[in-house]
Ligand binder design. Structure first.
Ligand code: G3H
Ligand code: 13P
Ligand code: ZN
Length: 317
């Protein structure tokens, strides 16, 4: 069942976080839905601009619709990840997305507010919720690269003003994480002080943590042992998820870790079976491994065994 993130965030606030996972293909979609049912977790399916143009955006939407039929007990939101203004309107018009992210964080404060406000008005008119971003994460998104030195932590006073003036439903705050597999080079770490300050100024307001892959060292070692070259890859300690949730983080974005599972499975498969060429053989292993990865991640997020509670909450309206 597709829902907005509103009810999910209400249930989660201060206690646990909802996993937001990016998908690009059938194998990820199947593994994602299976994994969330294994752990009995509500979740958010994220579609990035890059994913929408990887093949055709209608293909992704059709896969999610099909997964909704195949796994009818699933409760999830369909979310545009890091949208620009035009892509947000496209998703709002499509009638399929329950949530969009407008990411104008690279603009100056006033321009970010103006763009976000326009998207919020268009989305709310259709019952769709909006995530916005203030501050700048380091790392690489599809067509934007932010050097670590240029990343800017969110200013809590500005966050309050931004939320009040735009009416956005959740806010991605930059607290020191970055996108991709190479986080925290140098002396960077997570800034929970910033989260605590934002929570004080915006009590009860849902925050989002991007760039939250853990980049497990065991995964990196296996990839490198099978021919990969990911020296120095590093991520966010998953034991930080629950402390972050207590400070108002209700959505935690994870994409890179899933890509690492894919890379490890396929590198090891073809290393061990150089004569292999059937794409379904590693695909089947990946779906099972990805499902397990999602279920384990949800335990770290504290979103396991929450489906009954969410279903009861949704039934009450
Ligand atoms: O934040 C970016 C997400 O990991 C999506 O990545 O734009 O390459 O699809 P992508
Ligand atoms: P990671 O690169 O850490 O997985 O972050 C994903 C993300 O923030 C998607 O919006
Ligand atoms: Zn992100």
């Amino acid at each position: 069942m597709i829902v907005t993130t509103k009810k999910l965030f209400e249930a989660a606030y201060g206690k646990f976080a909802i996993g937001a996972y990016n998908i690009n293909n059938i194998e990820q979609t199947m593994g994602l839905f299976q994994g969330n049912l294994m752990s009995q977790s509500p979740f958010i399916v994220q579609i990035s601009k890059g994913a929408r143009s990887y093949t055709d955006k209608r293909m992704l939407e059709a896969m999610i619709r099909a997964a909704d039929e195949i796994f009818p007990e699933s409760i999830f939101a369909v979310h545009l990840d890091h949208g620009d203004e035009q892509t947000c309107y496209d998703c709002i018009e499509s009638g399929f997305y329950s949530s969009v992210m407008i990411d104008a964080s690279h603009e100056d404060f006033e321009t970010n507010i103006a763009i976000t406000k326009r998207v919020v008005e268009a989305a709310h008119a259709k019952g769709i919720v909006v995530e916005a971003e203030l501050g700048q994460l380091g790392g690489v998104e599809e067509d934007i690269k932010v050097a670590e030195a240029d990343a800017k932590l969110t200013d809590p006073e500005q966050a309050k003003e931004f939320v009040e003036r735009t009416g956005c439903d959740s806010l991605a705050a930059a607290i020191g994480t970055s996108h991709g597999a190479f986080k925290f080079s140098g002396t960077q770490g997570l800034h929970f002080d910033v989260l605590a300050e934002i929570q004080k100024l915006l009590p009860g307001y849902p925050l989002v943590m991007h760039g939250s892959s853990s980049v497990p060292q065991e995964e990196v070692e296996r990839i490198n042992a099978a021919g990969g070259k990911l020296a120095g890859a590093k991520g966010v300690d998953a034991d930080q998820f629950l402390p972050a949730a207590k400070l108002g983080v209700t959505k935690i974005n994870i994409d890179t870790d899933g890509r690492l599972v894919w890379t490890r499975v396929h590198r090891e498969f073809f290393r061990d079976k150089p004569e292999g060429f059937d794409l379904r053989a590693p695909g089947k292993i990946f779906m099972a491994e990805y499902a397990k990865f999602i279920a384990d991640k949800n335990v770290k997020l504290g979103s396991d065994n929450k489906l009954d509670e969410i279903r009861a909450m949704l039934a009450q309206g």
